[in-house]
Design a protein around this ligand. Structure first.
Ligand code: SAH
Ligand code: SF4
Length: 344
């Protein structure tokens, strides 16, 4: 069976190539080529033809093929549907900020978590992505736009902590000096709250930003919209978050999608403030994106302002997240879902 060469750490590649009788500097050369985005071994011009032929027989290079691309008329946000060698497809979004390009990538094809407001959650789960398939999304966007990506968010399709080993591998590869060299401080990971994995991540003391999708101030509301809450209560989740910021010194960012009449009352705001008191945190409020079949509507602008003022009076910092690419359904899961409908 051919192996996934771009998911290997530089040390692992060294061992593989040593097995073929190659010196260790050869692994460094191959590693650099792989992470510069080549799609075939033939592009590795400083590697002998003989070795390239051997490599082709034992390994494959993951790449992401552009199936579809949508460009926002408002702000140049680009949304991609990428497919991999087995035909499975995921979405990724490239956003331009004043400090550079940020890419929001997927970590799984679909998701098992079943959050009721989420297009990905409603479409079910196919498989985990490999580390190289996460890297390939970034490389395809860089090549298509002739740019360098400076920030990465794991906020596309899938639950990153449900694909823990591949995600950790991706983080180490993408931040490696001979890889894309994107520092952990420029990476955010968003989770619905798989508590034991948050502790595991805290132990690793990586300098990435942890975003937690909270979306509700109490178990009653949260369990209705996010099934994971029936496994781990808000109290358990916030205990893990406190541990994470104690261990890493990093502030946690809480995502809160505002749904009209569900989680956006003043009572919800004060309850949320009470929960987060004394924690190193920031709350991002996002008007929920309506997904067909959910019946959810976004909260009114005035309601969101009122919600924020209750939080601020209680000393909790919060911002309304700027929504980029709203005309192209930039929140993940929606493009693939609309294609599935076209197919039917
Ligand atoms: N599985 C991870 C990361 C991917 S989802 C997680 O849940 O955190 C990325 C973010 O989009 C999460 O904060 C998620 O709650 C949010 N999201 C999903 N559907 C949404 C919708 N319809 N409107 C607004 N935000 C949504
Ligand atoms: Fe999965 Fe995140 Fe969507 Fe929930 S919000 S279904 S965890 S992708």
């Amino acid at each position: 069976m051919v192996k996934d060469i771009k998911s290997m750490y530089e040390d692992e590649l060294k061992e593989e190539l040593a097995g073929m009788g190659e010196p260790s500097y050869r692994a460094a050369q191959v590693y650099k080529w792989l992470h510069s985005g080549v799609k075939s071994f033939d592009e590795m011009t400083n590697i002998s033809k003989k070795l390239r032929e051997k490599l082709v027989q034992s390994y494959y290079i993951s790449s992401a093929a552009i199936e579809k691309k949508l460009i926002s008329d408002y702000d140049d946000t680009r949304k991609y549907l990428f497919s991999f060698r087995d035909g499975e497809a995921v979405e990724s979004v490239l956003m331009k900020y004043h400090h550079g390009y940020t890419s929001c990538i997927s970590t799984q094809v679909g998701c098992k978590m079943g959050c009721t407001f989420c297009a990905t959650g409603r479409s079910g789960f196919s498989r985990d992505l490999t580390a190289s398939e996460m890297i390939a999304q970034l490389q395809a966007e860089q090549q298509d736009n002739n740019i360098r990506i400076s920030n990465v968010v794991l906020m596309g399709m899938g639950e990153p902590l449900d694909n823990f080993d591949n995600v950790i591998r991706f983080l180490r590869l993408v931040s490696s000096e001979h890889g894309m060299n994107i520092g952990m401080r420029h990476i955010s990971l968003s989770t619905c709250g798989i508590v034991p994995r948050i502790y595991e991540l805290a132990e690793m003391k990586l300098q990435l930003t942890l975003s937690v999708s909270l979306h509700a101030p109490n178990d009653d509301i949260r369990s209705r919209t996010m099934p994971i809450n029936r496994r781990y209560s808000i109290e358990e989740l916030l205990r893990a978050c406190r541990c994470y910021s104690d261990m890493t010194g990093r502030r946690i960012s809480f995502e809160y999608a505002m749904i009209d009449g569900v989680n956006d009352s003043d009572e919800c705001a004060s309850e949320l403030a009470g929960r987060l008191r004394g924690m190193l945190s920031h709350v991002n409020l996002i008007p929920v994106n309506s997904v067909s079949g959910t019946g959810y509507k976004k909260s009114k602008r005035e309601r969101m302002q009122k919600f924020i003022s209750v939080l601020e009076k209680a000393g909790i910092t919060a911002t309304v997240r700027r929504t980029l690419g709203s005309d192209i359904n930039a929140s993940c899961g929606q493009l693939r879902r609309s294609l599935e409908k076209e197919d039917q």
